[in-house]
Design a protein around this ligand. Structure first.
Ligand SMILES: [Zn+2]
Length: 356
């Protein structure tokens, strides 16, 4: 886009100086030529067919059948799925939480506000016992912001970093944990066990791995997205290299069922392998694009010399274009919502590769 614009500008500048004897600035020139400063110009070369960020999509790519889960009853607004002896997942098709029943009560892990008020009803379908414990996977409001809605006065368990963030956020909907741990915590109630462990910051400090050994079920929230493209920018992972390492770590763990905290179905080892393959391809594509893209190409001389942010904008846009083009043939039909977030992932990846 800028290549043609700059040619236009320099030709126009020469003629304007010749005719008027006035040297026009870039912005004045652009205005003179009907190109609004800061507005969109001619598209970059090799622009992908996948709509870039901020452009309306009329027709999203189909969600592959492999990414879908069983239907959610629209009247109830949630679906309950048994994962093993006394262990259940609740989902509304976008969020997931679990609960575990034992002789004297129920342990709830996470309370997404989107359906938290219905968690007691979901529990009542399989157990008449009270909620005795709530475990927080991590501090984010979209996963635990309904904690008050589950009722009762449960013991709340969280990793210490989670409590630090909750104290900072001071959100009445996310009460502080009453029991915290650093590395590991074994919650043993009746004949049921949940093993909580902290593997360091990746998505968010405090984000906890929750393993039910008898049911061979692992819950890790906002890291693995079975069948789907991760949410934008690796689900806003705070530490992207650590996020990559954590996907690898989960891939090496033993479990039969994975609860990722999002999407409509549970995951398997194969889903983790697919996500690992995707992020490795993404890293390779972004690294290659960073190397082969020439900074400043096609940029107006005034922007090239006096506006370093513009130089980066132009360079990074073209890096992202090369990254998206590289990944689309292989991945656009494999992961649901590839079109929704591939630009975000490429922008996020190139940035991490440059600064992490
Ligand atoms: Zn989160």
């Amino acid at each position: 886009m800028r290549a043609r614009v700059s040619v236009l500008l320099s030709a126009a500048a020469a003629s304007l100086v010749a005719v008027t004897g006035v040297c026009w600035t870039g912005a004045a020139l652009a205005a003179r030529n009907g190109i609004r400063a800061g507005g969109p110009g001619v598209p970059y070369a090799n622009m992908p067919a996948i709509a870039p960020i901020g452009v309306r999509v009329d027709n999203y790519l189909d969600v592959p059948g492999s990414a879908k889960g069983p239907p959610v009853d629209p009247v109830k607004g949630y679906r309950t799925q048994q994962l093993g002896d006394g262990l259940y997942m609740i989902t509304d098709g976008a969020y997931q939480s679990i609960f575990m029943t034992y002789e004297d009560g129920v342990v709830v892990v996470d309370a997404p506000p989107s359906y938290a008020s219905r968690i007691p009803q979901a529990i009542a379908e399989v157990s008449g016992k009270p909620i005795t414990h709530v475990v927080y996977s991590h501090a984010h409001a979209d996963h635990i912001g309904g904690a008050r809605n589950v009722g009762g006065r449960p013991i709340i368990i969280a990793q210490a970093e989670t409590n630090r963030l909750l104290a900072r956020d001071n959100d009445p909907n996310r009460p502080l944990a009453t029991v915290t741990f650093e590395d590991r915590y074994r919650l043993s109630v009746g004949n049921q066990v949940l093993e909580l462990s902290y593997h360091g910051n990746a998505h968010l400090p405090g984000n906890t791995f929750i393993y039910a050994p008898r049911q061979r079920t692992l819950m890790v929230v906002d890291v693995i997205f079975p069948g789907w493209m991760p949410w934008r920018r690796f689900a806003v992972a705070q530490d992207i290299p650590a996020y990559f390492a954590q996907v690898k770590e989960i891939n090496a763990m033993t479990f039969d069922t994975l609860v990722g905290g999002h999407v409509a179905r549970t995951g398997t080892h194969a889903d983790v392998e697919t996500q690992l393959a995707f992020i490795e391809d993404l890293k390779t594509a972004a690294a290659a694009a960073l190397k082969t893209t020439t900074p400043g190409e096609g940029l107006a001389p005034s922007d090239r010399s006096g506006n370093p942010w513009a130089v980066f904008d132009n360079y990074i846009d073209r890096v992202a274009i090369a990254c998206v083009n590289q990944l689309t043939p292989k991945w656009s039909t494999k992961l649901a919502a590839y079109d929704v977030y591939i630009w975000d992932q490429c922008y996020s990846m190139e940035q991490s590769l440059r600064i992490d």
